[in-house]
Design a protein around this ligand. Structure first.
Ligand code: VGL
Ligand code: ZN
Length: 196
């Protein structure tokens, strides 16, 4: 389908951090492949005068998601560590809103909306539709998309700018199916345009 950007739109770039890219602590296969398409989307939103938000996983050492603390994951995205940095090739517009998540030790936060000011910032700016891409399809992208839908946003999933962890084969594909089933709209670069 074709989608023209409107003044009520915002872009949300999810967790493009070194630890989620090849060579990082919790690497998503081909995670770095989303950097270029997301740079293109950020450039388009900037040119259209629309806000861009970047979430980042931002864990304290005692975070419950770490296997050493009883969770699922190796230590990753420790606050202020090199692995928590955004990928070097990511090109943010001059105005970027950075949203930290997962920063309470006892709370997992796969969604960019969970325990953050993201919803308030979007509402403040009159945003009604969000465009979501990043890492990982089956965790933080999925939960941010579903979180947005539950809050009443129209949610576009940037199908050409996501990659999955795929702990189990098919996790990524199943997550995409679930997001679409819940009402997200899958789109790719060729389908998006803006008036300017
Ligand atoms: C994520 C696993 C653990 C993600 C974050 O950003 O998708 N996955 N923490
Ligand atoms: Zn995490």
């Amino acid at each position: 389908m074709r989608v023209a950007l409107t003044p009520f739109d915002a872009l949300i770039v999810v967790d493009i951090q070194k630890d989620f890219c090849p060579g990082g602590a919790l690497p998503v296969s081909e995670g770095d492949k989303v950097v270029e398409p997301l740079n293109n989307y950020m450039d388009m939103f900037k040119k259209a005068g629309l806000p861009v938000f970047a979430t980042r996983d931002w864990h304290p050492e005692e975070h419950i998601s770490f296997s050493i603390n009883g969770g699922l994951w190796p230590v990753h995205c420790l606050q202020n560590s090199d692995g928590a940095k955004f990928h070097d090739d990511l090109q943010f517009p001059s105005e970027i809103f950075i949203i930290n998540k997962g920063d309470s030790p006892e709370l997992e936060a796969y969604s960019g909306f969970q325990g953050t000011v993201l919803d308030a910032l979007l509402k403040e700016r009159g945003v009604r539709r969000i465009f979501v891409g990043g890492l990982a399809t089956d965790y933080c992208v999925k939960n941010t998309v579903i979180g947005g839908l539950n809050l009443g946003y129209v949610v576009f999933l940037l199908s050409d700018a996501i990659r999955a962890v795929d702990i189990k084969r098919g996790d990524g594909e199943n997550s995409i199916f679930e997001m679409l089933e819940r009402g997200a709209i899958g789109i790719t670069w060729e389908e998006v345009s803006y008036g300017g």
